[in-house]
Ligand binder design. Structure first.
Ligand SMILES: [Mg+2]
Length: 357
């Protein structure tokens, strides 16, 4: 019997290489919280929370409180392989707070895979070892975005995720100019982060479709499911929900509305590996496409997300946050080779925290 005995929580601020901006706001740094679950035989499971107050309403402060409560009430003394029981009990103990739960659930999956002596991707049931991520072009003035797009292509990225959702004419200009400099082969995904209303979204999307846009994420506010459907019925480009779908009930609701062609799954929105697997099954059962995305997390949480994305066979991979950060206090985990993400060979998440940096 290998039981969870102790919890350690560490907060870190990770600086972005340059200001990261979307239609929801700009950030200079990402605040994360690492958890270590320590078992009776001294094994350590690692997890990471990267709360996004504008999206889930959590902060590092609230995450820490919720993590400590869930540890005391659910995880202390639990068997390391019982991830489904633990997930259900976490859900019953505290509603919402997905980033806090994601850190704990991820650490449980890390421990469980280590218990079986295998890497997480293998335990979850895939032999896919490689993914190709896009690179996000932060929202800014048109010239800066054009330069960032050129640089991304020079670095070998073949898919760019362009942040828009600001002034509609400038948004069209952004896509027109970026397409002009990157050429016809590069795929462009666009993400409005709720920045348009439904009428503006249709106008902009009809304009930019001629420049070849692969998908559009969250064109309208998260609560406007009717608006998502309105947009979807009037444009060619597939519409993905991001902020509208956190957990499986949200997904059921967008499906009921016929609101989207796909969904962006993030561990920090849904609460970890266990609920992400559930979202994958429900989305696939309704014929939806899948994107795997991230907030500003380091390679620890990205490794967990990449394992689920590999199992899911996700069409769109947007797991680029470690590439946007100056520092990454994680050793092991996924490695990046240009746009390629390679999953680790070591057991569990194959990653650990470098606490001295
Ligand atoms: Mg998004």
């Amino acid at each position: 019997m290998t039981r969870i005995r102790d919890l350690e929580v560490l907060r870190r601020r990770l600086r972005y290489r340059k200001t990261f901006a979307t239609a929801l706001g700009a950030s200079e740094e990402s605040e994360v919280l690492y958890v270590k679950l320590i078992t009776s035989d001294g094994e350590v499971g690692y997890g990471e929370a990267c709360p996004a107050p504008r999206i889930t309403g959590e902060t590092v402060e609230t995450c820490e409180v919720v993590i400590r409560k869930l540890f005391e009430e659910v995880l202390r003394g639990a068997e390391v392989y019982s991830y489904r029981d633990l997930w259900r009990r976490m859900e019953r103990t505290v509603v919402g707070n997905p980033s806090a739960k994601a850190a704990l659930d991820m650490a449980v999956h890390d421990l469980r895979a280590k218990y079986f002596g295998q890497p997480l991707w293998k335990v979850l049931g895939t032999e896919v070892r490689e993914l190709e991520t896009d690179l996000t072009i932060s929202l800014g003035d048109v010239e800066t975005m054009v330069r960032d797009a050129e640089e991304a292509v020079r670095r070998g990225f073949r898919v760019l995720k362009v942040k828009v959702g600001e002034e509609p004419r400038r948004d069209v200009e952004r896509i027109r100019r970026i397409r002009e400099v990157v050429g016809p082969e590069i795929k462009l995904r666009i993400d409005a982060n709720q920045g348009w209303d439904r009428v503006t979204a249709v106008e902009v999307l009809r304009e930019v479709e001629r420049y070849g846009v692969e998908v559009v994420e969250q064109p309208v506010p998260y609560w406007d499911l009717e608006g998502l459907r309105y947009v979807r019925e009037r444009v060619q480009v597939p519409v993905l929900a991001d902020e509208s779908v956190h957990i499986v009930w949200d997904l059921v609701e967008v499906v009921r509305f016929g609101a989207v062609d796909g969904v962006n799954i993030k561990l920090m929105k849904c609460g970890g590996v266990t609920p992400a697997l559930q979202l994958v099954e429900v989305a696939r059962a309704h014929g939806l496409k899948l994107m795997f995305g991230c907030m500003g997390e380091s390679r620890l949480a990205i490794t967990a997300a990449a394992c689920v994305a590999a199992v899911a066979g996700a069409e769109y991979i947007d797991l680029d946050s470690p590439l946007l950060l100056v520092e990454d206090p994680v050793r092991g985990g996924v490695t990046y080779e240009g746009p390629r993400i390679v999953l680790p060979e070591k057991s569990g998440l194959g990653a650990e925290l470098v606490e001295s940096t």
